[in-house]
Write a protein that binds this ligand. Structure first.
Ligand code: DGI
Ligand code: FE
Ligand code: FE
Length: 196
């Protein structure tokens, strides 16, 4: 199916709690604003924002079951911290059961929690908009918002760095993909302008 904002909005209204729905709307609005600012497709940004947490409220046991069935488990940590599975589960469902065809939107939903090396701009946008939407409130959130506005790549790197610091400080385990995403974005910053 082609991207349909109204259908995704309707789906989000039906499957999400009021609180999660508010967060979802806020991600969609912020992602769309950033997309317009950076010359990216605003409809893709809005749709990916609306879809990113569709699987978040599926009980974790069932998320693990779906992830096993659909072969979405790539690291031992995926099962150890199953709250990182809702992106890949939603993306698989949207692609294979809902008929969504847009590969960038599917990837942005799949990778919104951990990122991945080689993220496209829409993936960066949703990863970062999720962390910095209007209702997020932590000391450096305004700096991150400004940084995303100034430069999407640098801003996303700052967002991943923030996540790493938060995980370390709260003594939570770091998923290998979060570290790989950080390393990749940092490398891309240092190689910008050198043609690689
Ligand atoms: O679904 P949201 O709450 O809107 O946000 P999210 O999808 O970014 O994050 C879900 C959770 O995943 C959040 O508690 C932070 C956590 N997370 C992100 N990266 C890592 C991680 N948890 C661990 N253990 N390791 C990570 O690298
Ligand atoms: Fe999420
Ligand atoms: Fe979210």
């Amino acid at each position: 199916m082609i991207l349909d904002v109204e259908k995704l909005l309707d789906l989000a209204t039906r499957v999400l709690s009021a609180e999660r729905f508010e967060h979802t709307l806020s991600v969609a609005v912020w992602a769309e604003e950033l997309a317009r600012h950076h010359g990216l497709d605003p409809v893709k940004a809005r749709c990916a924002g609306l879809a990113h947490d569709l699987a978040k409220e599926i009980p974790l046991k069932n998320q693990i079951r779906f992830a096993r069935r659909w072969k979405l488990l790539n690291y031992p940590e995926d099962e150890q911290y199953p709250y990182v599975l809702h992106g890949p589960v939603a993306a698989y469902w949207l692609e294979h059961y809902y008929g969504l065809k847009d590969v960038e939107v599917i990837a942005a939903v799949a990778n919104h929690t951990l990122g991945r090396p080689g993220m496209c701009q829409l993936e960066m946008l949703i990863y970062s908009a999720d962390l910095t939407e209007a209702s997020r409130d932590f000391p450096k959130v305004d700096n991150l918002r400004q940084s995303l506005y100034d430069d999407l790549g640098k801003g996303t790197l700052a967002c991943v760095e923030h996540t790493l610091i938060y995980l370390r400080e709260s003594k939570r385990p770091i998923h290998p993909l979060t570290q790989l995403t950080y390393d990749d974005l940092q490398r891309r910053q240092t190689t910008i302008g050198t043609g690689s």
